[in-house]
Design a protein around this ligand. Structure first.
Ligand code: ADP
Ligand code: ZN
Length: 356
């Protein structure tokens, strides 16, 4: 199966190529690189460098053009960016060369950010290796690192020249990362409604078995959904907000657990919270509520999340960056099939959620 999706941006367009064996299979040629770029440097993390040494070496002409970062969110700092930029300068990388990000969201955000500022911007290719990064961060062109004050507070919009996705890379992904990515997949099904929803239920067994053909189709569906939203709203003025379904409560859970749970596990819980809110606000009826919540319940619970009081949740949500004035902003499903933005004060939220 080979699927190519074209993503339009304000500065042009780039292809997302999805194919099983695209990189992992020895017999497949490395995908066509943009012809106008000279030399490529790969940025990856230690886990991936250990798991896929040949794949990574195939991407570069010389082993010295591979930069290996420590895995994990702690890598996304401005200090680490400075170190890598110095390495690029030592390697004499110039404006006509490029970077390849081989890794999950951390490597992708970090590499894209470096590419966007090195010599005022050089080419980059994203090769996402987690389900989360494949379905979510390969569209939208967001790059960035964390500040001490918060996650992703320094960054740029800088789309890559190409995205290469090989579902076979997921065979080595730890379960917790796989199911974390599935939360984001279910979010797309909630946003897109009926068609995708039914497909996901019908193909769930094959998804659980990580059947590559099905996983490839699944990734394609999520990317197409996100692309159609992002193309209309590249800089997050309005429509793109609907991608935040489940995320207001999800981010609150991440904060309350001090980021000890994965984004996906928090999102799973966050979607359940927000579906209950939509039901209690009578935006959806009981049968719709059950149908949507059942979809979320298909994702197994891999990480235990402590039960937080409603009051704690409300306090944490009051800090969300989407909030305007004193209102907490939610993107909730509506019975018409659309996603609606709702603003509630903390007191209103408490009153509604306490309804039986
Ligand atoms: P994301 O932000 O996409 O969830 P990260 O970049 O934080 O992911 O990666 C999560 C963890 O999974 C990291 O420890 C990373 O090294 C590891 N990882 C990423 N891709 C793979 C893979 N294909 N196989 C095994 N481990 C992987
Ligand atoms: Zn998310």
């Amino acid at each position: 199966m080979l699927e190519t999706l074209e993503v339009k941006t304000q500065t042009g367009s780039y292809p997302i190529i999805i194919q099983e064996g695209l990189l992992v299979n020895d017999n497949s040629p490395v995908p066509q690189k943009p012809a106008n770029v000279g030399r490529w440097v790969v940025i990856t993390d230690e886990n991936l460098a250990n798991l896929y040494p040949e794949v990574i070496e195939n991407l570069v002409t010389s082993k010295k053009d591979i930069i290996i970062l420590p895995p994990g969110e702690e890598t996304k700092t401005l200090g680490q960016v400075e170190e890598v930029l110095e390495i690029l300068a030592d390697l004499k990388l110039n404006r006509w060369d490029g970077l390849m990000a081989f890794g999950g969201g951390v490597v992708g955000d970090f590499t894209g950010f470096c590419a966007s500022i090195y010599m005022r911007g050089i080419a980059w290719i994203q090769i996402p290796t987690t389900l989360l990064a494949q379905v979510d961060s390969s569209v939208g062109g967001k790059t960035g690192v964390n500040l001490k004050s918060g996650k992703n507070l320094a960054g740029t919009f800088y789309p890559p020249q190409a995205v290469w996705i090989d579902p076979l890379l997921l065979n080595t992904l730890p379960d917790r990362e796989f199911w974390g990515g599935c939360s984001e997949v279910v979010k797309y099904a909630l946003i897109q409604g009926d068609g995708f929803h039914r497909w996901l239920v019908e193909h769930w067994e094959a998804v659980v078995a990580k059947e590559p053909e099905t996983i490839g189709q699944l990734i394609g569906k999520c990317i197409a959904c996100k692309r159609d939203i992002v193309v209309k709203d590249e800089k997050e003025a309005g429509l793109r907000k609907i991608l935040n379904l489940g995320h207001t409560a999800g981010h609150a859970i991440e904060k309350l657990t001090d980021y000890r749970v994965t984004h996906g596990a928090a999102l799973r819980q966050g979607m359940l919270f927000e579906l209950e809110l939509a039901f209690k606000m009578e935006l959806i009826d009981e049968s719709q509520y059950r149908q949507l919540a059942n979809l979320v319940h298909m994702i197994p619970v891999i990480e235990e999340i402590p039960g937080f009081s409603l009051e704690d949740m409300v306090l944490a949500m009051a800090l969300d960056k989407k909030n305007r004035k004193n209102n907490i902003s939610f993107l909730l499903p509506h019975q018409s099939g659309s996603i609606e933005e709702v603003g509630l004060t903390g007191e209103e939220l408490l009153r509604i959620m306490k309804k039986c």
